[in-house]
Design a protein around this ligand. Structure first.
Ligand SMILES: [Zn+2]
Length: 67
């Protein structure tokens, strides 16, 4: 039986569309590539990535500026 996947292994940036996958062996996120090694969606290198992973991300730390 397949256990429920709790740890996200793929994430997509809601801003630029970049797709990354979790590299277990390296312990880091890497750009998702297809079978031929071509990046699927690179996105923008200048983007402040906002990852769509089960709403666990924190948009900003320290609180927002209030008038
Ligand atoms: Zn992005």
């Amino acid at each position: 039986m397949a256990p429920t996947l709790r740890t996200p292994t793929e994430r997509t940036c809601e801003r630029c569309g970049r797709i990354e996958v979790w590299e277990e062996e390296a312990g880091t996120w890497r750009l998702a590539v297809d079978e031929s090694g071509t990046p699927q969606t690179v996105g923008s290198p200048y983007c402040i990535h906002e990852w769509d992973i089960n709403g666990t991300f924190v948009p900003f730390e320290g609180g927002a500026l209030e008038a």
